[in-house]
Structures are given as C-alpha cells and as structure tokens.
Design a protein around this ligand. Structure first.
Ligand code: F6R
Length: 611
C-alpha cells in the first residue's frame, strides 16, 4: 500500500528518499511527495509517479532531514492536493501516513469548530492539524509528546513519519497496524515501511511494533511504548540484497519473478528435505509438533493469491494428513465470530506478512486461544513476528504486484507441512511419503523445463490478446490453480476472467461459451483426468476455444485441445507447482501485448495494509 521513507544524516535527504520511494513504488503509486527541512520546511508533492516528483525537486528541497511518501488513495482522489506529506496550518509540520484514520470525520469537525481549516479530502491531514492543535495548547511541549498525546485520540491504523521545522534534528515515527522500520546507519538513520527502501544504506534494522513511537536523530533512535516507557529493541540483520530488488535485465519484475521460480522453490526446499531418509525438517514448527499431531481441524485464512494457495492446502491436508480443513477469506473471518476450540490450528498465509485482514484474522484466532502459524515470505514481517510459529517461503522480495513466486513458494511450504503432519499422524505409507519427497526434490528442475515452453504460451497469448473474457477450469488440485490463473489475467491485463471447478461449469457459466470464448483447462494427469475429458468435450460441443495445460503423456486431452501449454508429469499433489507456470506466463504476455504496466497494474497495491 502506501510507501514511507525518511532520512536524517549527512547526505541530501531528498536523494535518499526519492531512491527509496522508487523502490517502494510497487506498493502504491498514484502520487508522491517529499518534505525536507533546511532552515524552513519545504514540501513538494504531485499526482503521478515518483519520477514526476523527482523532476519537480530543486535546491529548495536541499537538506539533510526529510520524509517522503508514495500514495495508494483511500480518502480522496489521487491529485496534487491529496498527495502526502500533509501539513499544519503554519506549514511548519509535515506528516506522511500509511493506513486509515477511522474517526477522522469527528476529529475534523471538532477541529473545524476550533477554527482549523482543511485543504484536502484526506484522513491524514487531520493528523497534522491534531498535533498542531496539541502544540498550540501546550506551548513548550516536545514534538514526540505532542505526537503521542494526539495519537491517543485516533482510531484506526497508521504508520506515520513526522517532521517539524522547529525541531530540525529529529523525525518522529509511530506505528499501529501499518509496517514501519528504522534503518540503523553510522551517522545516519532511515525509516521506511519496507526494508527494500533502506537495503542500499544499511543491513541493520529495528522493526517497530504496534503502539510504539520512535524519536530518530542522526546518531541515535529511541523507541517508546504507548506509556512513554523506553524499550530496548532487537536490531535485526536484513535479509534482502540489492540484486534481489533489481530487475536483472528483465523488462518487468513479474517476468523476472516467474523465471526465478526454479531457484525460489529450490531455496524453499533447501535443508528441509532428506530424500534418502524420506524426512522433512521444519524448524519453525518444532515447538508445535504436538499441536500438529493432535490437531482436530485446520483453518486457513488468507487473501487473494494466498487464499488460492490455501485452497491447494485444503486438498493437501485432507488427502495426506486426513484432517478436516476450512479455508477462510481473512477479511470475513472476524465477522463470523469464528468458533475456535481445542485442537484447532490456524494457518495464515501471506506473502507480505502485513496484509491487514490476514493480520486481523490471526489476532482474532490467537485471542480465541488457537495455535496460529504463519506461512510468510517477508522475514521479520508482523505476521511472522506475532504468530506462534511458521515457515518462511525464502522466495526473496516479490516486487511485481501480481504474485507469482510467492504462490509456488506457499504451495511448496503447504506440501511440506501436509507431509510432515501426515508422517506425524501416520496417515501416509512410508512408500508414498518417500515417493512424494523425491518428486518434490525434482520440482525445481521441472519448473525450469516448463519455462522452456514459454514461446508456446506466447503464441497463444498473441492470438487471444483481445479476447474480452476467459474461463479457467480445473478439478481437484487444479481447481485453485484455475482461480489463480483467472486472477492473474484480470489483475494485470484487465480482461474479465473467471475460474471454476470444471464440473460446476454446467451450472451456469456454460451459457457464456461460444466460438469467441477461450477456455483454459488445467488438465494435469490425475484421478480426475477422465472427467476432465468429458468437460472438454462439453466446451468443444459449444465451439469454445480450448487451451489445455497438460503433459505430453495426456494424449487424449492434447488431441482434443485447440492449443496446448506443456508441463511435465509429476505426482498429483505437486501438479499446481507446474500447472500455474503457463498461466502466469499467459497473463504476462497478454498484458504486455495490451500495453499494460505489468508490475504496477491500475488500482492495485502490493501489500494491502488497510482493511
Ligand atoms: C494477487 C495478489 C494479491 C495478494 C493478496 C494477499 O496477485 O498479489 O491477491 O495475494 O493481496 O497478499 P499477501 O499474500 O501479501 O497477504
């Protein structure tokens, strides 16, 4: 969602902030702005990309202390006025904000009655005016105290960075519900909502937790809790390299990330599989072995692509570990007043580890006494820190907004966990377990083989670039893949697409099929192959254009389909790791053909930190 960067040190703050904002641009990108102090506070902001803002900066934005923001609009349309930073009436105080102030309407009315005027439609402006009001009423109050006392009045979520012209030696930051970290340098400090913005300058970071406020000076930082008590925070070593956050010769991050998958899945498996012995080692779950062994029910909560991998998990856990599973939209979980009891294990799946709805679902489950486990990519993210245990994907930073390598990472982790649980619960034979573990160790190679067929996918993409609708069908493990394929296409190419369980097609969507309708059939060889053939015949009978994702061994499907995307054979349970690859490529090539900005699709943001 919105990105925040701040700098204090000896460098030109605007240079560091602009560079950081460019790295965060994937999170939210309808407008951007900076505030710098050099004697006086200077603010520049505008609608558009960070590069547009960069061109507007001049010598008046010189200075060694500054904050910046890249916005994903929540309150008020993207325009110059609504862009952050927002300022106090005097223009001495500037605020950048990620999150939503839920009671901003009431606060605004209160301040208006006291004579404050507002220039924007944002909820953020209220923060600037509230702090100003606190300072006006309490002359001599320290900036950090004014911020702390103002925040007490706010309901909602925030990651905030604040500058004041009369306090030119410090940045105040505060967090509740939106990520923030301090980059600890030598003679300089940074703040950011995401580690990629500071990775170039330091590998030492301090993650803020909810309710914390920090006072950051050039040489030091002080973190305080909501009772104004100073905390000793752990300094973490950053696990992000510069190479990982650059495009490395690819035109888009998404393509780089698709092609990285043989490596990211191998990284995810590294040290966790012993093929010879048929064992699985998941250190992050060692504390909850008993809970996993005795679990009576698994609940998976997630959003978007992570929810789709959760659906793959449902098949895996039920097939392998023989345990009932419910997969929940994290955003709805809380509103059901979920009934949780002994024996319930809740997995939350999140690439970013910061998705507001997923985090809220996890906290709800925790509060109700369930064991909560995170399947997360971003090391040190809030979900990773707050869960009772979990497994990292080790996929490296995913920067393209459309999730690709995170999906295969999540499915890989779910396979590992399902196998581990099956072994613990004696629901799998040694022979089958060893066969699956061996097959899993071969998956990175098979993904590489699948990627070799990218030209085949490109040719199909060229033919269907302007199709207005797509239907994706799959059964069993391939059904969530159908949903994921449809999501990928709609989010980056803006083509309407729907995923369905193949048999469900007859109950409605079949009405859409005519000779203009591309129907992508995920037909990995498995126990549903025969039934898939019948569904393909049904589509063919209505002249639908069949694009099959299948293996050369699946001759019947191959012959019936008009177009084929080739994947190698593997064990049934592992097929999502291969069948999703052509679908990622198909959506990528179509989006590029349509001139879409693949990495930064309209209206979307990478990490959805508002509910
Ligand atoms: C789709 C996509 C989103 C995310 C969703 C959850 O390509 O990226 O649907 O999967 O916003 O995000 P995380 O996994 O970070 O919780």
């Amino acid at each position: 969602m919105c990105g925040i960067v701040g700098y204090i040190g000896n460098k030109q703050a605007k240079d560091v902030v602009i560079k950081g904002l460019k790295r965060l641009e994937y999170r939210g990108y309808d407008s951007a702005g900076v505030a710098v102090i050099n004697g006086a506070l200077s603010v520049k902001k505008c609608k558009g990309k960070v590069s547009v803002l960069e061109k507007k900066l001049g010598t008046s934005e010189n200075g060694n202390i500054g904050i910046g923001h890249t916005r994903w609009a929540t309150h008020g349309e993207p325009n110059d006025i609504n862009s952050h930073p927002h300022t106090s009436t005097t223009g001495k105080l500037a605020v950048v904000h990620n999150g939503i102030i839920e009671n901003y309407g009431a606060l605004k009315q209160k301040l208006q009655k006291e004579g404050y005027e507002f220039y924007s439609e944002t909820d953020t402006e209220i923060v600037a005016k509230l702090i100003e009001n606190m300072m006006d009423k309490n002359p001599g109050l320290d900036l950090e105290d004014a911020v702390r006392l103002s925040l007490v009045q706010i309901n909602g979520t925030y990651g905030l960075a604040i500058l004041h012209e009369d306090h030119p030696d410090k940045i105040i930051v505060a967090r509740k519900g939106s990520p923030l970290l301090i980059g600890v340098g030598e003679g300089e400090m940074l703040v950011a909502s995401d580690a990629s913005a500071v990775a170039e300058y330091t590998d030492k970071v301090v993650y803020l937790d909810d309710g914390e406020l920090a006072v950051i000076t050039k040489d030091d930082y002080q973190v305080l809790n909501s009772h104004d008590i100073e905390l000793t925070k752990e300094v973490h070593e950053l696990a992000v390299s510069l190479e990982e956050i650059e495009k490395g010769g690819y035109p888009f991050f998404m393509l780089k990330e698709i092609f990285e998958q043989p490596k990211t899945v191998a990284d995810c498996l590294r040290g966790r599989l012993n093929v010879e012995e048929g064992t699985i080692n998941l250190g992050g779950l060692s504390k909850v072995t008993e809970e996993l062994k005795n679990a009576k029910r698994i609940i998976i909560a997630a959003c978007g692509t992570s929810w789709h991998s959760g659906l793959v998990g449902e098949y895996l856990f039920e097939w392998l570990a023989k345990i009932p599973v419910e997969v929940e939209y994290a955003s709805e979980f809380r509103y059901k007043d979920p009934i949780l009891g002994e024996g319930d294990v809740v997995f939350v799946i999140s690439q970013s580890g910061e998705t507001a709805d997923t985090l809220a679902a996890m906290r709800e489950a925790k509060e109700k006494g369930a064991t909560t486990l995170g399947i997360v990519n971003v090391v040190g993210s809030t979900i990773a820190r707050e869960s009772d245990g979990g497994v990292y994907l080790h996929a490296g930073p995913e920067i393209g907004v459309a999730s690709t390598k995170a999906f295969t990472g999540q499915v890989t982790v779910l396979i590992l966990i399902a196998l581990k649980m099956a072994q613990l619960r004696n629901t799998i034979t040694e022979e089958k377990s060893k066969r699956l573990i061996k097959a899993l160790s071969e998956i990175p190679e098979k993904i590489a083989e699948t990627l070799k067929h990218s030209d085949e996918v490109k040719r199909i993409a060229d033919l269907f670039t302007y199709a207005p609708n797509f239907l994706y069908l799959g059964r069993s493990y391939s059904f969530p893949v159908a949903l994921e394929g449809a999501l990928k296409l709609k989010e980056i190419s803006y083509i309407h697409a729907e995923g369905y369980p193949a048999a469900e097609m007859k109950h409605g969507p079949i009405a859409l099929i005519d000779d203009m309708m591309p129907v992508v059939v995920i037909a990995a060889t498995n126990h549903t192959s025969d039934k898939m053939v019948s569904n393909i015949e049904e589509v063919r009978a209505r002249k639908g254009r069949i694009i099959a994702v299948t293996s050369p061994e699946n001759k019947e499907v191959k012959e019936l389909a008009e177009f084929n995307c080739t994947i190698p054979e593997t064990e049934d349970e592992l097929t999502p790791l291969l069948s999703v690859i052509p679908l990622q490529l198909l959506s990528y090539y179509i989006a590029v053909n349509r001139g879409c900005n693949v990495d930064q699709p309209r209206n979307l943001a990478k990490s959805v930190t508002v509910e």
